[in-house]
Design a protein around this ligand. Sequence first.
Ligand SMILES: [Zn+2]
Length: 97
Amino acid sequence: MPGNDYRPLEPGRQRIPELKEDTPMEMEYCGQKVDLDTCPFCGSAPLIHGYRNRMRQWYRIRCSNENEVCRMIPETSASRTLEQAAADWNMRPEVSK
Ligand SMILES: [Zn+2]
């Protein structure tokens, strides 16, 4: 890989945010309230992005990248409803090791 300066964090320095699946944060967007989990990669609070396109309202939810630590910055696909975007964002597939 060109410019490969990636090094895994030493175990002692690794900062793994606690899973907060049981304590999602309630966020409000234009009067609509949804419960959102933190970013699964960095633990940042999510951001709700609503916008109009093709005469319709759309919603996306993405990692806010607080403190600029996230190297993934996941974002949902566009949804017609905030509820659907929240469901996509909160999806946490089981990971087998
Ligand atoms: Zn993140």
